[in-house]
Design a protein around this ligand. Structure first.
Ligand code: ADP
Ligand code: GLC
Length: 496
């Protein structure tokens, strides 16, 4: 960015690594503040006062209190958030503290029975209202020029910036990033009043979606600019097939829609310095990786076979992630002499099916159910192949971790997976651009075919290690994405 003036930007999200994470959204929101600071922005974040967030929050100052439209009182505090770096220190964070809404143990979105909380419409409207109040100048010490909202949880904020007078008068610009169009935050229309939304917003040219209130649509319709997390996904969501009913709106706003590819945070994901793996290694010295593989085989009760290709998958276990396809491919992986280790949590049926496979194939298949950040690192370090057979994938981060850790990604060529992995064929082997394996049809047989190709490559050790070298040298870092966002903010401020 050329200008010397640092643009004040407020990032609004429901998760942030390492404080609170259920998926890639947290990784992205945790890495962005520092990347944006390097790109010349004055970044602060706004988060809901979940217990984990309050625990990481220090040196708080009470900024203000305001009433939510349904009468509950909200306190906005400002302080530092431990663990999230930004420039030379930790990021400055605003937290909206409403214990009745956010002080609940466990998952930020789901109750103990994994059902969405019945008051999620209020919980995430509260987050957006806090963003709107900050945009309206509730903090005399700092206010944003750009509000950058992430996913449906923050998506009412760009709408309030247009619809709510005190914020609208300040002319704060908004950018809305879609991390996954499939999760939309759709609620009954009778909540409109209670959420403080004007009747005029409830129409097709607004946030109405099939007679209901759509937070996702609010973000897409009212934000000054929309981004999503890869160029291919930006195109895909403009089609009826992948547009989740919003492709028409996205097509009409295509001049205001940009794909900005996510990065990888090398402070967290680098096999040369990763403190969560047993032996460090890099592209020039791979012995540590072999040790990591043996250690993981021991840990998970897999046969200690250094030559058996180890396929790993770290994922939410949902239909999106292609778990059914993987289940179909397990016999092929085993027939060819491979091993499989999966770490994930999600749909009960998928969890049970993976557990059945593990019980039926002791020493060959391991399924660890639950969420385990450190084990995820050990899996990428130990793996030979990282499976990402997603039906759709806005960006995907585990294929980037697989590349960096030399666990070659095997992916369905969609969304960000298509943008980050180069399939291995004779031409890409020869010009040394190959970094993994990709398949195109979303079918069990296409995945199995790709699995066979991965084995064929593995049996050619020279080619295998060459592809692995290329993979490990790829740099999907945040600097590029940070610059890209900073340029978009600048365009917004110039009303371009
Ligand atoms: P998504 O956000 O759709 O779940 P991504 O690939 O963008 O997919 O990001 C997933 C992130 O969550 C990665 O950092 C991955 O390592 C992590 N992850 C997913 N499942 C687990 C799990 N069970 N345990 C630990 N980390 C997990
Ligand atoms: C979403 C997407 C994933 C993306 C992540 C971070 O959860 O499903 O593809 O990598 O957000 O942007």
């Amino acid at each position: 960015m050329s200008s010397d003036v640092r643009i004040p930007v407020l990032q609004v999200s429901s998760e942030i690594y390492p404080v609170l994470k259920t998926g890639g959204l947290a990784d992205v929101c945790g890495a962005l503040p520092d990347a944006l600071a390097r790109a010349g922005c004055d970044v602060r974040v706004l988060l809901p006062g979940f217990p984990a967030v309050l625990e990481a929050f220090s040196h708080r100052r009470e900024v203000a209190t305001f009433s939510l439209p349904w009468g509950e009182q909200a306190v906005v505090r400002c302080g530092h958030l431990a663990g999230v770096s930004c420039g030379r220190g930790t990021v400055m964070a605003y937290v909206i503290d409403v214990p009745g809404l956010f002080d609940r143990p466990g998952n930020p979105y789901l109750d103990a029975q994994r059902r969405p909380y019945a008051d999620n419409h209020r919980r995430f409207a509260a987050l957006a209202w806090a963003g709107a109040h900050l945009a309206a100048g509730i903090d005399p010490q700092w206010s944003p020029a750009v509000l950058h909202a992430h996913d449906w949880h923050a998506a009412l904020a760009p709408a309030l910036l247009k619809l709510w007078g005190p914020a609208a008068q300040r002319g704060v610009s908004s950018l809305y990033t879609v991390h996954n169009l499939a999760y939309q935050g759709v609620f009954d229309s009778f909540h409109l009043r209670e959420l403080g939304l004007p009747e005029e917003a409830f129409r097709v040219e607004g946030l109405e979606f099939h007679g209901r209130i759509s937070y996702m649509k609010a973000g897409l319709y009212y934000a000054d600019h929309i981004t999503t997390v890869s160029p291919t996904y930006a195109r895909e969501i403009q089609t009826a097939e992948q547009g989740c009913g919003l492709d028409g709106l996205l097509r009409s706003r295509r001049d205001r829609l940009t794909g900005v590819l996510n990065g990888l945070d090398p402070k967290v994901w680098d096999p040369a310095s990763d403190a969560l793996i047993g032996s460090n290694y890099d592209a020039a010295n791979m012995q540590g990786k072999a040790r990591c593989k043996l250690a993981l085989q021991r840990e998970l009760g897999l046969e200690r076979a250094s030559r058996a290709p180890l396929f790993v998958m770290v994922s939410r276990l949902t239909e999106q992630k292609g778990v059914n396809l993987l289940l179909e491919a397990v016999p092929e992986i085993l027939r060819q002499g491979g091993q499989l280790a999966v770490l994930g949590s999600g749909d009960t049926e998928l969890e049970q099916a993976l557990q059945r496979d593990a019980s039926a194939n002791p020493g060959r298949v391991a399924a660890t159910l639950g969420y385990d950040e450190a084990l995820a690192h050990r899996l990428f370090a130990a793996g030979d192949v990282t499976l990402v057979p997603s039906r759709f994938e806005p960006c995907g981060l585990t294929q980037l971790y697989g590349l960096r850790y030399g666990s070659l990604p095997l992916v369905h060529a969609v969304g960000g997976l298509a943008d980050t992995v180069v399939d291995t064929d004779l031409a890409t082997l020869e010009d040394q651009t190959a970094t993994g394996c990709a398949f195109h049809a979303f079918t069990g047989s296409a995945l199995q075919q790709a699995v066979r190709r991965a084995f064929a490559l593995y049996r050619r050790p020279r080619d295998w290690s060459r592809v692995r070298q290329t993979a490990m040298c790829q740099r999907f870092d945040w600097d590029q994405a940070g610059e890209h966002y900073a340029n978009l903010y600048q365009r917004l401020l110039a009303h371009d």
